[in-house]
Design a protein around this ligand. Structure first.
Ligand code: NI
Length: 202
């Protein structure tokens, strides 16, 4: 059941409203499927947001209309799961070639205290030239995380000098050009699988 979450189709995911939870050994990221889905068959994931991008510009969800978005929540201090999720997104976009221009990859920080636009700018550029980093006030992050059914929780990190780490949902959401949820992947979805699914959608 836990591992099967990775192979779930969007239809099964939406119909089942399945609550999958996978704790990755050695990391605090979780693969947590959004539990709340609407009975009409469309997942209640996503919605309006106002945040600050890695260049310091204020942006809203409307700025991304007309583009598919691959949305991933995490934080720049994350030791391994966030980097692997972002690497998977970058590799998938590279594999899609020119078609990838229809997709804007977006990384939303769940650590607004440490993830300033400057910190995000350094981080996103190490993954993909088109990766957009978003941060905001704690309230703005709380609001966008709620809209995407993303769980995050600050936990004390005894083993690290970083003082705290953040336990968070590790799901990659595909949103359509109208800002509506299409399907989801995880940081562990193979690049070939993600690319193949995106090929069909684009
Ligand atoms: Ni992470």
């Amino acid at each position: 059941m836990r591992l099967r979450l990775l192979g779930l189709s969007a239809a099964g995911f939406v119909a089942g409203g399945l609550v999958g939870l996978m704790v990755i050994p050695g990391a605090l990221d979780r693969v947590l499927a959004p539990a709340q889905v609407m009975s009409v068959g469309k997942a209640a994931v996503g919605g309006p947001f106002t945040l600050t991008d890695h260049t310091g510009r204020r942006v809203t969800d409307k700025d991304f209309r007309g583009q598919y978005m691959l949305v991933y929540f995490g934080f720049t201090f994350c030791p391994d799961v966030c980097p692997s999720g972002l690497q998977a997104i970058s590799a998938t976009l590279d594999q899609l070639g020119p078609k990838a221009e229809k997709i804007t990859p977006v990384f939303i920080s769940v650590d607004p205290e440490r993830d300033t636009p400057e910190q995000l700018a350094l981080y996103v550029s190490s993954f993909h030239p088109r990766l957009v980093g978003l941060t905001g006030s704690p309230e703005e992050i709380q609001s966008v995380a709620k809209a995407y059914r993303v769980y995050y929780n600050k936990v004390k990190d005894e083993k690290s000098t970083a003082e705290y780490t953040i336990d968070h949902t590790s799901i990659i959401y595909l949103m359509d050009p109208k800002g509506e949820f299409v399907t989801h992947f995880t940081h562990a979805t193979p690049v070939a699988t993600m690319a193949e699914k995106l090929e069909k959608v684009l």
